[in-house]
Design a protein around this ligand. Structure first.
Ligand code: ATP
Ligand code: MG
Length: 468
């Protein structure tokens, strides 16, 4: 009940701006967080550090989520103790990270991540620090490994709602950036000057969208305004980091809404340039296919089922294939090699932007290859396909294509029935195929014809990209 009140109560104006160094303090009666909701290990890390004379708080996503009555994914601790000092306090502590050291305190399977207070690099201290600049020419911070005070730590965080510190001993919340106000008003707001903060770390644009979707918050207008123009800065972010961010964006259970925001803010094209191109060429089909894939991902996550990033990525990229296949065919390449070459090119290009690991690119190729094989069912082919470990993903992908309006001549239904039937009934289905001399089922002679090129969904939508 208290939570409800807290959640629905919106403060129309700021209650007087406080300076960076004096936080607003909320006592235990002014907020709904109860100690019982917090990991006892996180509490014990904080207590232990405080007893040793350090400052220590729970911080970031866990405080934000508890205020919103969302179960936190994990509990992070921020402290004035250095990593070495933290390690000295705990038996099961490991220092991790090279660029910026963190300590993982292990309790069985639970890990409490403990970070030393950090400061933003003050502008202009590069010269003093050596000739190794801490920012690149677009303002991106390349190093941010300077320890700082609690106040510094609050200011270097991304959003006001992520800069709340909770002390489980006194049960007080310290709010240095009006984060409580923004939680009450459902606003994602950068701390400091938005343009500068995005320039320092363009991934914050993706994080703004991710939290807006996850929490169903609005991006405050000054924080929203520069995104569209600054979106191309994502081009300077290492592809491996972007891959991690993409997974967080699409595997949090709010992928459809996240996708809509990414498109609106011009961020989608930075992550998936070829798919954004397909959205222009063939908008209805591409948008529908992506939405349907993301929607089923969201549903699976909500039901606690597993999801594979490969399936999702296969869907995001699929609409970009046909245009490439056609280009290669125009250069005289036969359809099947053209399809394979297009798939290879598309994935290689995508990996320059987002480093998709091989363990995912392989299954993406297999899911796509399966689209070529599913129409060919004669003889023993159908049974061989059914035994293929990738069959299920390939079949689901076929249904996905159909759900977006691709015409496959009832192939999805055929495979659905085939899986439900007994051996003898399956034989009948295969016989029916050859009786009808089903073009897709019959062994095919590949004839080259230059004027009758098959088009995939980018063309008339009547054939698969893998096509024939
Ligand atoms: P989630 O529920 O997704 O874990 P979170 O807020 O805990 O949300 P993390 O990515 O785990 O997000 O980051 C932990 C905290 O570190 C954030 O709350 C924020 O204060 C800070 N942080 C993370 N990334 C950045 C960034 N790019 N710039 C500034 N601060 C950041
Ligand atoms: Mg977190």
């Amino acid at each position: 009940m208290l939570k409800k009140l807290f959640k629905s109560f919106r403060t129309p104006t700021l209650r007087g701006k406080h300076s960076h160094s004096t936080p607003e303090v909320l006592g235990s009666s002014q907020h709904p967080i109860e100690r019982g909701e917090i990991s006892r290990y996180a509490i014990s890390v904080v207590e232990r550090l405080q007893q040793a004379g350090y400052q220590a708080y729970l911080v970031g996503g866990c405080v934000r989520d508890l205020l919103l009555d969302i179960e936190p994914k994990d509990f992070d601790v921020a402290t004035s103790a250095t990593p070495e000092q933290v390690r000295a306090e705990f038996r099961n502590a490991r220092v991790i990270g090279r660029r910026f050291k963190l300590v993982h305190v292990h309790f069985g399977r639970e890990i409490i991540e403990t970070a030393t207070f950090r400061a933003n690099h003050p502008e202009g201290d590069e010269e003093e620090n050596s000739n190794l600049s801490s920012r690149n020419e677009s303002g991106r911070i390349l190093r941010d490994n300077v320890y700082g005070s609690l106040e510094d730590d609050a200011q270097r965080r991304d959003f006001t709602i992520n800069a709340l510190y909770y002390d489980p001993v006194t049960e007080r919340i310290l709010d240095y950036a009006n984060g409580v106000h923004d939680i009450r008003n459902h606003l994602i707001r950068l701390i400091g000057d938005p343009t500068q903060r995005y320039q320092e770390d363009p991934v914050r644009m993706l994080r703004a969208v991710r939290f807006a979707a996850k929490l169903d918050f609005d991006i405050e207008k000054h924080s929203a305004a520069p995104i569209y123009k600054l979106a191309p800065l994502l081009g300077g972010i290492p592809a491996a980091r972007l891959f991690d961010e993409v997974l967080k964006l699409f595997l949090a259970g709010y992928a459809v809404y996240t996708y809509e925001l990414l498109v609106d803010y011009g961020l989608f094209g930075q992550l998936f340039p070829a798919s954004a191109e397909a959205l222009k060429l063939n908008p209805d089909y591409t948008d529908q296919l992506i939405r349907n894939a993301l929607d089923s991902t969201d549903q699976r996550i909500q039901q606690g089922k597993s999801v594979t990033p490969a399936f999702l990525l296969a869907a995001l990229l699929w609409p970009a294939l046909p245009a490439r296949v056609i280009k290669l065919q125009d250069r005289g390449m036969p359809p099947i090699p053209a399809m394979q070459e297009a798939a290879h090119e598309l994935i290689s290009e995508q990996c320059l932007r987002i480093a998709v690991p091989k363990r995912f690119t392989m299954p993406i190729r297999e899911i796509w290859d399966m689209q070529e094989r599913l129409p060919r069912r004669s003889g023993k082919r159908a049974d061989t396909l059914l035994e293929n470990p990738r069959f299920r993903a390939g079949y689901d992908f076929l249904l996905l294509r159909e759900s977006a309006g691709e015409q496959t001549g009832g192939l999805g239904d055929w495979w659905t029935r085939y899986q439900e039937l007994s051996d003898s009934e399956r034989r009948n289905m295969i016989r029916d195929l050859s009786n009808k001399d089903d073009a897709a089922g019959a062994p095919r002679k590949r004839k080259r014809s230059n004027n009758k090129r098959k088009r995939g969904p980018a063309g008339d939508g009547s054939n698969s990209a893998a096509g024939e």
